[in-house]
Design a binder for this molecule. Structure first.
Ligand code: DOR
Ligand code: ZN
Length: 398
């Protein structure tokens, strides 16, 4: 499979130039100007050509909650959002604790073959917060473990899990929420668990990734941990960057104050935030009415981040590419996320000029749960290319 994208503005974390990119056999083969090839050609004039996005934090709900999302609808939503790789959380039914369940997800993902899918295993069996015996049975396909959706209540269980994770070279993704305190104060619940997990990571030497960091204090502790050389990385979500608490929408952790948002953006600028992850959490209308927390985020992540972060002048498009492509690829160990010869030919074509309104009726995700419905944004994914194959094309694109 060969494809040539011509005359685009080629942007990744470290480059910005007008030129052509040629993909052969799934790999970026040549980068230059005025390339001529006898293959499918896409005219990229007037558009941005960037590495596809990589999401460290998505919920595709299969098995068990496929009325909210399944691997096919989640994969289609990812492609439409410009993503070619996702890391799925384990809060399915049954929970992804054992290889038997994980292998079923991976098999189906391979059959669909729209995005590269990594499936997390749970830290504790069935998310019950107790046994970690299943961790010994995990095979090399599993790189991350997480009880996302809940915090691991017992410090001793988390410590023991970190010891095993360190031995097996697994990264723990922490949903930092103290369930004994969350009814009283969600901020205290997040801050205490963030501090604890960093302390445990420092003690055990285990790689720790903090999910959906939302408070100033949690980010301050992460910054301090990083300065001390703790093996900690972190993500923020588009909604925790673009919204403040005046937007009433249930998500976990909650939307925070303008002061928190400003601090998260400063932390991005200062290089302390590793990735922007979606926490794509699709729900049915009924579940949402009944209080399910979460936002269907894959199809709005780029426009929301582009509009907020680049549009308002906080960061460059290079920096956004680092947060959405280069860094998550590195954390997942993927040969993607930059436009360099020898990297996988996973690219997106973006229109960053036209204003439009987010319209959930166009979503490919089963979940239309988003506070961004109707919002005016710039930054549209108009084509997603995976390993040299066009896997998504917007209707306006020639
Ligand atoms: O809002 C959220 N929804 N936060 C989480 O941590 C879990 C997620 C879900 O699974 O719905
Ligand atoms: Zn979470």
């Amino acid at each position: 499979m060969e494809i040539l994208i011509k005359n685009a503005r080629v942007v990744d974390s470290s480059q910005d130039f007008i030129g052509d990119v040629y993909i052969n056999s799934g790999i970026i083969y040549e980068i230059g100007k005025k390339l001529e090839k006898d293959c499918e050609v896409i005219d990229g004039e007037g558009y941005i050509l960037a590495p596809s996005f990589i999401d460290l934090h998505s919920h595709f709900r299969e098995p068990g909650y496929t009325y909210k999302e399944d691997i096919l609808s989640g994969s289609k939503a990812a492609s439409r959002g410009g993503y070619t790789a996702v890391n799925l959380m384990a809060n399915t039914k049954p929970v992804c604790s054992r290889m038997e369940t994980i292998n079923k997800v991976l098999k189906k993902a391979r059959e669909i073959n729209l995005v590269d899918i990594h499936q997390c295993a749970s830290i504790t069996e069935n998310l019950w917060g107790e046994s970690i015996d299943h961790l010994y049975e995990l095979t090399n396909e599993v790189k991350f473990i997480s009880d996302d959706g809940k915090g691991v209540a017992s410090s001793r269980v988390m410590l023991d899990a970190m010891v095993v994770a360190r031995e097996k070279n697994l990264t723990i993704i922490s949903h930092a929420e103290n369930e004994q305190l969350v009814d009283l104060d969600t901020r205290l619940a997040e801050n205490m668990m963030t501090w604890r997990d960093i302390a445990l990571s420092k003690f055990t030497g285990c790689k720790l990734h903090l999910a959906h960091v939302s408070t100033k204090e949690a980010m301050q502790d992460i910054i301090e941990g990083k300065k001390q050389g703790v093996r900690v990385t972190c993500e923020v979500t588009p909604h925790h960057l673009a919204l403040t608490e005046e937007t009433v929408y249930r998500v976990n952790p909650p939307i925070r104050s303008p002061e928190d948002v400003a601090f998260l953006i400063e932390a991005i600028k200062d290089g302390f935030v590793d990735t922007i992850s979606t926490d794509h959490a699709p729900h049915s209308i009924e579940d949402k009415i009944n209080g399910a927390p979460g936002i269907s985020g894959l199809e709005t992540a780029f426009p929301v981040c582009f509009t907020k972060l680049v549009g308002e002048g906080h960061i460059t498009l290079n920096k956004l590419s680092e947060l959405m492509s280069k860094n998550p690829a590195k954390i997942m160990g993927l040969n993607k996320g930059e436009i360099k010869i020898g990297y996988e030919g996973d690219l997106v074509i973006l229109d960053t000029k036209t204003k439009y309104n987010i319209d959930t009726s166009e979503f490919l995700s089963k979940g239309g749960n988003t506070p961004f419905e109707g919002k005016t944004v710039t930054g549209k994914v108009i084509c997603t290319i995976k390993a040299g194959n066009v896997v998504y094309k917007d209707k306006i694109f020639r």
